[in-house]
Ligand binder design. Structure first.
Ligand code: SF4
Length: 314
């Protein structure tokens, strides 16, 4: 009997233990699974966002390319000619900063497989043009046969404008009926086109400063500079220069100021920097300027070419 009870108790203990271990392992497994799921979901979201970004950038790039293709490329306009049947006028615009070429030739081609003649090409040279331009040119008999071709309406017309020097050309294709319609509707002459597009300016890529950094010339004056270095007045500044003979006694001033009209020549500051401070706009008196060396203030005042330094003796 004792043995049976022992076996039952032992079985219960072992069962409870295993149950505890299982729930522990279950909890750990659930946590691990949750973490793995969170990581996976985050990765999927990140990949979707990255793909979305790539698609958006690609779309924007395509859009800007399409805008450039449709609206930013070179353009040819058919204009009203003043040269009769054999005359052909056109205007050509392109971004000459992006493509700095000089265009000097135009070709008109007619591809007319179901009409007569089946193919016509007329070429004209003109003075090289480096900016938007318009021409009204006599293409001669070739153009007359071009315009009189049977089946022109359903033919293909190609206008090629090229730079023979730079090896650049631009082709514009249109149906014959479109070409004829544009020619008949053209109301602008080559001159009007030139005038209209002559002043077309690109956005400036630099700005000019409004202020000039070159000083205006100093006004002419017959005044003799009463400064220590001028031999004519050397004696008067002997005291300030430490010479034995003092012909003028130094003195203090009670006030120094600058009248309007300073031309910022720096002369005063060069003579007495403790008193004068020349800025970009004018000359200022320093707040702690010494007032006891009147002779140097006089020297600065005498050196001022526009005589705007004023003072009163103490
Ligand atoms: S010397 Fe006269 S003009 Fe020249 S900076 Fe001084 S105050 Fe101005």
């Amino acid at each position: 009997m004792v043995s049976v009870w022992k076996i039952v108790v032992l079985s219960v203990i072992i069962g409870v233990n295993r149950l505890g271990q299982d729930s522990y392992y279950n909890t750990v497994w659930v946590c691990e699974e949750f973490c793995v799921n969170v990581v996976l979901i985050s990765m999927v979201i990140a990949i979707i966002l990255a793909l979305g970004l790539l698609v958006s950038l690609g779309g924007l790039s395509l859009l800007s390319g399409a805008m450039e293709f449709f609206f930013g490329g070179p353009k040819v306009e058919l204009l009203k000619t003043g040269l009769g049947e054999s005359g052909f006028a056109f205007g050509f615009r392109w971004n000459d900063e992006k493509e700095p070429a000089k265009f000097d030739q135009i070709k008109l081609r007619l591809f007319n497989p179901f009409g007569e003649p089946t193919q016509v090409e007329v070429t004209k040279q003109f003075t090289p043009q480096g900016k938007s331009f318009a021409m009204d040119m006599d293409f001669g008999k070739g153009f007359s046969s071009f315009m009189k071709a049977k089946g022109l309406n359903s033919a293909l017309v190609q206008i090629e404008i090229s730079s023979t020097k730079n090896g650049i050309f631009h082709q514009f294709d249109m149906k014959g009926h479109g070409f004829l319609r544009k020619l008949s509707e053209a109301s602008q002459t080559a001159e009007e086109f030139q005038t209209k597009h002559k002043d077309e300016k690109k956005q400036p890529i630099y700005f000019q400063t409004k202020r000039s950094f070159i000083a205006d010339p100093i006004p002419e004056s017959n005044k003799k500079l009463k400064i220590a270095t001028n031999p004519e007045f050397a004696g008067e500044f002997a005291a300030a220069g430490g010479q034995a003979a003092a012909s003028v006694e130094n003195f203090a001033v009670s006030k120094v100021w600058i009248d309007p009209g300073c031309i910022v020549c720096d002369a005063c500051e060069g003579i007495y920097p403790e008193v004068f401070e020349v800025t970009e706009e004018t000359c200022l008196i320093r707040p702690d300027a010494p007032m006891n060396d009147g002779l140097r203030i006089v020297e600065a005042a005498e050196a001022c070419p526009v005589e705007v330094i004023k003072y009163t003796k103490a």
